[in-house]
Design a protein around this ligand. Sequence first.
Ligand SMILES: [Mg+2]
Length: 213
Amino acid sequence: MREVGYSPPLFSLKFFCYLLPLRGHPKNQEPTAIMKKRIALDMDQVIANVLAKYLDIFEEMYGRRPKKEAYWGKKFYELEEDAIAIRSHLFDKGFFRDLPVIEGSQEGVKALMEHYDVYITTAAQEFRNSFEDKYDWLREHFPFIHWKQFIFCGDKSIFNADYMIDDHAYNLETFQGKGLLYTASHNVHETRFTRVNNWKEILDFFEKERSAE
Ligand SMILES: [Mg+2]
């Protein structure tokens, strides 16, 4: 019968002590890996200017280029009765290949990569032709991001990162880290997330984050 206050056999303690020096032995000592925090960075309307392409197509269709005050805060398709046809171009091969780069994003991503692991997280499944276009576009305009950091996906709720930068509130709704909403025409009325209007504001935000750590 065991007495009250029974302690485990001594050999288990000896065994544990035997293992301890291994942790500190130079041959077994791994350099401490400093894990960078991760940023899930959206592509369309954060680094790739889809709006500019929409405006080009709109101009081709209607012979006029809408002014910002006409479309800002609206869905682009609401401007003309049949403007929904613009959306069908998203399925075209080449649509995503020649999008202009969002101002400041190349320098901005480079600056972020000094402190963070940046992953390009872009919803591509809906438009099957977009995969190759997006890949080629990234290799051309962001050659300093390794292809291993490109994540083409359907549902961004799968991502586990420290930060997400996206122009769609529904992607931030399910995100467990800190979400930044990049201002776009379709999200100007959204108030639930930290808003960034340009890449300077993104870099300012992260600088504050680092100084608060
Ligand atoms: Mg987007």
